[in-house]
Design a protein around this ligand. Structure first.
Ligand code: GTP
Ligand code: MG
Length: 219
């Protein structure tokens, strides 16, 4: 995507969701111009991609801990299915969209969406799971909803981590998501102390959180 196309597409989204930032976007265009003229910034690049224009909030944790219920409650809409056994098997990115009904799109749609900082998500997923063909849709889906509660932000719901074969890939994706996020909420069920099977997963999550350079963005 060229810088001009990116300006255009981000502005279109900002006009819908957060018009006050359009002015800031224009300052970035001026900064890019200086960058391009002085050669500090490659002509194909733009400083607008260094900024999270849409704060990213990710909800992580072990299965059946109320992650999806929390998202539904926060958005006042039944966006996600909840239930008392493992429900979600992929990451769901929730953002604003024009359709009145909740709309589900395959993960690949994120590649073309300038709001989402998973730039080249394909490449990231290949590192995690080098299987045949494009695996993005196995790990990610996108849901859009027309609601004031989601405007100007992006939420990520995650699969409940359990001890299945995809666990390693999911944990690596999780590390990537923690790095990109502005706020990370880690859920666990305080009523049912962890019996053991999930211990290494929780240790991974909490360990990653504690050692992270932005540890205070993780709750
Ligand atoms: N008592 C109580 N139950 C809750 C609460 N939040 C969620 N639940 C119930 O816990 C179960 C699991 O909720 P989900 O929202 O599906 O949990 P999840 O973390 O998204 O689960 P996975 O997608 O499978 O990882 C459901 O039966 C919910 O109704 C809560 O705050 N209190
Ligand atoms: Mg869920």
């Amino acid at each position: 995507m060229s810088p001009e196309e990116r300006y255009h597409r981000i502005k279109e989204h900002l006009a819908e969701e957060n018009p006050i930032l359009i002015e800031v976007m224009e300052k970035f265009e001026q900064l890019d111009k200086t960058g391009h003229e002085t050669g500090l910034l490659d002509r194909s690049e733009t400083y607008t991609s260094d900024i999270s224009w849409w704060p990213l909030i990710s909800i992580l944790g072990t299965f059946s801990t109320g992650k999806s219920s929390f998202i539904n409650h926060y958005l006042k809409s039944d966006v996600q299915i909840s239930g008392n056994q493992a429900i979600d098997d992929k990451f769901t990115v929730v953002c604003y969209g024009p359709n009145p009904a909740v709309t589900t799109l395959p993960g690949l749609a994120l590649d073309a969406d300038p709001r989402f900082p998973f730039y080249n998500i394909n490449e990231e997923i290949k590192k995690v799971d080098p299987g045949e063909g494009n695996r993005t849709n196995l790990y990610l889906q996108l849901k859009t909803l027309k609601s004031e509660h989601i405007k100007g932000k992006i939420l990520i719901d995650s699969p409940g981590f359990d001890a299945d074969s995809q666990r390693d890939a999911i944990l690596k994706m999780t590390d990537h998501i923690i790095n990109m996020s502005d706020l990370v909420l880690i859920f666990f069920d305080a009523r049912h102390p962890e019996p053991g099977a999930m211990r290494d997963t929780l240790e991974h999550l909490v360990g990653t959180a504690m050692e992270h350079r932005d540890a205070n963005k993780i709750l």
